[in-house]
Write a protein of this length. Structure first.
Length: 168
């Protein structure tokens, strides 16, 4: 899915949640099926979907808060809390699983001290599952801050994390 257009003045430092809600609602007004693009725009601007924006979006879209919360909680891409500075996504698809992905996932969980959808105790890394990065011929794969890495091993993962300033 393509990234939503960047809303240049939509960073948390430049505006509050109500202003961001008004801006994204206006940007996608009248578009059929606009909830997902709106949520993507909010997450792109803030890094997550804050709880305080849900009622504002619900009112603007004439949806219930439960409907919006249901979409946010259904799609694993959306987060309701800020991620750590480093986001590590470990592929969980069948190809990666068959090539050592489970051992790699276990290593990541052990090194970081958290499970998927969690953040390491030091706040440095958020660990997320991803279900296919499209690099099946080069399994197993991970993505760190949007950058894919193939033919991953536990030792290579440790090196990548060190390069990101994370002490595994």
């Amino acid at each position: 899915m393509p990234m939503p257009p960047v809303i240049t003045d939509a960073s948390p430092a430049n505006q509050g949640v109500p202003q961001l809600a008004r801006q994204v609602l206006q940007r996608y007004e009248g578009q059929q099926g606009n909830l997902l693009p709106i949520l993507h725009a909010v997450q792109h601007a803030m890094g997550y979907i804050p709880a305080e924006i849900v009622p504002l979006l619900a009112e603007g879209l004439q949806l219930s808060r439960a409907e919006i919360h249901g979409v946010v909680s259904f799609y694993p891409h959306f987060r309701d809390t800020p991620a750590a500075p480093v986001v590590l996504e470990v592929c969980r698809a069948e190809s990666c699983q068959s090539m050592g992905g489970e051992a790699l996932a276990q290593h990541a969980r052990q090194q970081l001290g958290c499970d998927f959808h969690g953040t390491a105790a030091n706040g440095a890394v958020t660990l997320e599952p991803v279900y296919c990065l499209g690099l099946c011929a080069q399994s197993p794969t991970v993505m760190i801050n949007g950058q894919p890495h193939a033919r991953m091993t536990p030792a290579k993962l440790d090196q990548l994390l060190l390069a990101e300033g994370v002490q595994p």
